[in-house]
Design a protein around this ligand. Sequence first.
Ligand code: NAD
Length: 256
Amino acid sequence: MTSDRFDGRTALVTGAASGIGLAVATHLANLGAAVLINDLPGEALERAVETLPRASAVVADLSTRAGAMELADVAHAVDILVNNAGFQHVSPIESFDANRWDLMLAVMLTAPFLLIRGIVPGMYERGFGRIVNISSVHGLVASPFKSAYVSAKHGLIGLTKTVALEAAQREVDVTCNAVCPSYVRTPLVERQLADQARIHGLSESEVLEKVLLTSNAIRRLIEPEDVARAVAYLCAPESWSMTGTVMTLDAGWLAH
Ligand code: NAD
């Protein structure tokens, strides 16, 4: 296997019918991996599987423990696990719905825990594994009104570091890292653009410049493919020394 080919490797990408997950699944598949594409049922998932080589769909709702554990069973033998599924909800904390909080923590923190718990033993046995958790710049800093998202994404970084240390003690080539993008051009952000435009009475391009990208040093949306390339880099055999790290793709957000 060369440094950038994943022939013979298998990968599970969660939330891979759309956005970053789809870009990651596409990139890994184009580099030779057989990819299990997880998402909720729907046309987007069917389309993704039809268009990618060596891809299979695994429907699972990661908001439930049963869904995450069933997915871990199906995918127990993968070499690469990318915990990507997630969503945003914006609300002041005093009116933040507690069920929504539970749902967000379930999908973005408990499901990664259950998937790693179910899949890492096989990685230990085979002596190789790459786990990449898609956190966010909001895993490192907060923004108002995003309490559940910020909490889940900070928690995911803690989980990443813990798993990295445990895997290191096994003396196998199993790494665990987090990737932290700022705003990426995906349906998740496009929905926020539309919402904020309505709330602020601005056009979507004005929202982009005046609301969303104000913290970016480079006032540009990141593309899903940029994140996919970073994930592939972390998954390469040569990246064995990168573990427990937080790779920021934040267009300079944290440089201020
Ligand atoms: P997206 O909405 O395009 O894709 C998210 C996918 O997750 C969707 O296909 C959705 O169906 C799936 N998903 C949601 N709930 C699920 C569940 N219960 N079970 C299974 N799948 C479920 O969003 P995206 O922007 O590509 O986000 C992907 C990840 O990247 C998320 O974890 C998000 O927090 C993170 N992220 C996104 C940005 C951004 O600006 N877009 C920035 C930083 C981090």
